[in-house]
Design a protein around this ligand. Sequence first.
Ligand code: KIV
Length: 263
Amino acid sequence: MNTIHTLKNMKAAGEKIAMLTCYEASFARLMSEQGVDVLLVGDSLGMAVQGKSSTLPVSLDDICYHTAAVARGNEQALIMADLPFGSYQQSKEQAFAAAAQLMAAGAHMVKLEGGAWIAETTAFLQQRGIPVCAHIGLTPQSVNTLGGYKVQGRGAAAAQLMDDAQAHANAGADVVLMECVPAQLAAQVTAALSCPTIGIGAGVDCDGQVLVMHDMLGIYHGKTAKFVKNFMQGQNSIQAAIATYVAEVKAKTFPAEIHSFGN
Ligand code: KIV
């Protein structure tokens, strides 16, 4: 079974980490068999599975339900589960209670969104036995304060993003995930941190990549983001599409420049 140590060893060895979102048992088995290293039970399930217009209405019970399903199908991947909107921002104690439910449902690690302001919570969870992935850059749960799904960390905001990453790393984060961040900045963050980084729209130099499974299979009905590649194209099975994703991440051919953002 992959653990946070597997991910750290992969960073040290220069092997890229392939991660996909996953919401149920059959896909968990299939992805695990095709060599996906990390399965993310993401709150993107609000849009991809529940047909809602954002991640905000997703509940802790929803993520627990899908995490338990993924855990039943998984073979060797590390399971990361999202702390949904409203389940952790109020206090460290609230975050621990929610994270403990996710761990009991079968998660090996939780993910929370936010910069340095929430790093204290990262430390609180980590010290109590819960590995944490800190999601920075474009944090979809804050879409209303960000004013849309926009690239983050450009220009003067680059220093703040680096500070956010360092604050979580110093607090003991096991992984830092960057969404929609200029590739050059994500590369600098990756070089500065000893923990692995995962990117989505953050360029090829992150230690690993993640995509939403519905996006990479070309079955999401909504707008396609610049960082998405449809891996079903040219393949005749879902297994082959997932295997190709894993191979391209490991070979550093995905993401290409067309999937990345400049400064
Ligand atoms: O919920 C999710 O799918 C995510 C990814 C976009 C990283 O957080």
